[in-house]
Design a protein around this ligand. Structure first.
Ligand code: CMX
Length: 425
């Protein structure tokens, strides 16, 4: 048994006991109420989900298992995966055991190559990614065992198996999609002695001499790994997983949500905006020019990508981590300079416009400029990089949901007519 599975097996009885205790002794206690505004407004702030992997405070940003994200920026992504699942950082022995386990599972099934090559030349890389993950559902051990008659107590074990296989295979799959879709030459085989994040950069085609790029990839994978469970992608995966659709179906469903411009695709949109500004002004624009174009965008009713958030009300600490990286390594890069300038201009414009509840930058405002600098110039690929990282959190949440024995998700909807009557009571 792997050390990760053994650790979880030792923790899960206690987790189940805590959940049982809550349900048995406090089942009817009211902890939240729902207003009409929340029903009309995307259920914002309704406390109705359990997520132990991480929490997002409106004035703190992402906290993973009690540790603020800015204290985790030097960690490896596989350490974060262990932390998300178990609530503890792994020892060196545990980290190595997990990495070896992932390396042994990394090979892609042979049928995937024909699928990757069958897409139209200008297909969006996100559609390629989620279609390939769905195709790999053929590998699901959860589904096979369920079909044979799997006891509920053991759901988490086969969910973990599927999740480990997915996380092991995703960097190779995502890199193969990149190299095929953007005509980068042959697919590059994994180098198991590298850590998980560096191996992904290696398979994309980044030379091992370029350690800064490898550091950026590790940081990127850590920062995007999780963001509690109410966001579109995690929540979607949670709902789909609650029907006991296996992790392949569940992750693909969630990542289809990440592909939306108000969610993960904002990183693509944000860099497009930065590049368009540079092209329009023939170089780095002045503050006045940036202010004017951003305002014109707002006046047209368009959003400024990379700004605003459904939960946060401060600058996203993940944005801060990227800015710190950029200031250290690429302070003179024109795209990075524009990102920094926008940070000085956009929040004030959004405050003046008076609509956005959060005028501050989120993680997507800075990531693209850094990827672009190191040679990943294909902006349509950016949400795939986000997806590889976010799989760490989504998969951890799926394992814990099955460990807790969570039932099928089924909130109650009401009709507009019912609501109209109810508010007059
Ligand atoms: N630019 C312009 N207008 C914005 C805005 C922005 N960056 N952020 C919010 N608004 C507007 C909304 O569109 C909304 O307008 P309407 O009332 O006309 O519909 C109004 O302000 C109120 O919105 P809100 O309550 O502040 O924000 P929501 O919780 O509804 O939505 C989010 C949050 C992220 C979708 C929104 O801020 C947005 O569209 N931002 C730009 C896209 C983006 O960066 N998304 C990435 C988020 C992080 C991630 O998931 O990766």
């Amino acid at each position: 048994m792997s050390l990760l599975k053994a650790k979880l097996a030792s923790q899960i009885p206690n987790l189940r006991e805590r959940v049982r205790n809550l349900g048995k002794n406090y089942g009817s206690k009211v902890i939240s109420e729902v207003t009409v505004e929340q029903i009309l407004g995307g259920m914002r702030g309704v406390k109705s989900l359990i997520c132990d992997t991480s929490e997002v405070g409106l004035d703190t940003g992402l906290i993973i298992r009690g540790i603020p994200i800015l204290e985790l920026t030097e960690k490896l992504p596989e350490e974060i995966f262990w932390l998300l699942l178990t609530g503890e950082l792994p020892t060196e022995e545990e980290r190595r055991d997990l990495k070896n386990d992932l390396s042994n599972r990394a090979e892609l099934p042979s049928y995937i190559w024909n699928i990757i090559r069958s897409f139209p030349a200008d297909a969006h890389p996100m559609s390629m990614l989620t279609a390939c993950i769905t195709a790999m559902e053929y590998e699901s051990q959860f589904r096979r065992e369920y079909d044979k008659g799997l006891k509920k107590d053991l759901y988490w074990e086969y969910t973990l198996e599927d999740c480990l296989n997915l996380i092991a295979k995703l960097p190779g799959l995502a890199a193969a999609i990149y190299r095929t879709r953007f005509n980068k030459g042959d697919v590059i085989k994994s180098k198991p002695e590298l850590d998980w994040g560096a191996d992904y950069a290696y398979m994309l085609g980044v030379s091992e001499d370029n350690q800064e790029w490898y550091d950026l990839m590790r940081l990127y994978m850590v920062l995007h790994s999780d963001h509690e469970s109410g966001n579109v992608s995690a929540f979607t995966s949670h709902v789909v997983g609650s029907a006991l659709s296996d992790p392949y179906y569940s992750l693909a469903a969630g990542l289809n949500g990440l592909a939306g411009p108000l969610h993960g695709l904002a990183n693509q949109e944000c860099l497009k905006f930065v590049l368009a500004l540079i092209e329009h002004f023939g170089g780095v624009p002045t503050d006045d020019q940036l202010r004017q174009l951003s305002k014109e965008r707002l006046d047209k009713g368009l959003v400024i990508p990379g700004y605003g958030h459904a939960v946060l009300r401060v600058t996203d600490p993940r944005f801060t981590a990227f800015i710190n990286f950029g200031k250290k390594y690429i302070p003179d890069d024109p795209r990075f300079i524009v990102v920094e300038k926008l940070f000085n201009i956009v929040p004030q414009l959004l405050i003046e416009q008076g609509k956005a509840k959060d005028p501050w930058p989120n993680v997507d405002a800075a990531s693209g400029a850094l990827l672009y600098h190191y040679g990943l110039t294909e902006v349509e690929y950016y949400t795939v990089v986000f997806s590889v990282s976010r799989a760490l959190g989504i998969c951890s949440q799926l394992v814990l949901s099955r460990a807790m024995g969570e039932p099928i998700t089924r909130p109650k909807s009401v009709t507009t007519a019912w609501l109209e009557k109810e508010v007059l009571k």
